[in-house]
Design a protein. Sequence first.
Length: 148
Amino acid sequence: MAQTTDQISAKDCTIEISSDGSSWTDISGWTNSITPGGGDRASGSAQTHDGDTPVHTIGKRSLRTLDVNVIYTEGGTDPIETIRGYYENGTKVYLRYSPAGGASGDFMYTGQGYFLTPPQPAADAGSGDPLAVSFTFECPVLTKSTVT
């Protein structure tokens, strides 16, 4: 089989949040990583008296999580403050991201859920790196679509 030539990097990833699913705020200029997790399907097994191997079934999927790292800034309308408001109010919101950048034909993943962690920065006096904030977004499902 021939080696792929269609690889992409995350250098142009687009990440957006929305309170209503139609008006989106691009936070890509602050984010520097997004890590999806969860969604594992439950499984079970049981031995029977006949046979040497168990019978096996699957169940439902677990919640999806998105761990996002954001560069910390203190502007009143910066993404940190928007996310903080959603977190503190327990507001159900949308988060979507497009690994290739969000141009027509690119894949996009969208979920509706909650911010579970407060966006607060750690501070290391020995580091010259920009301060960053990590937060977790949790939703029942991430829906894959194609940007139009």
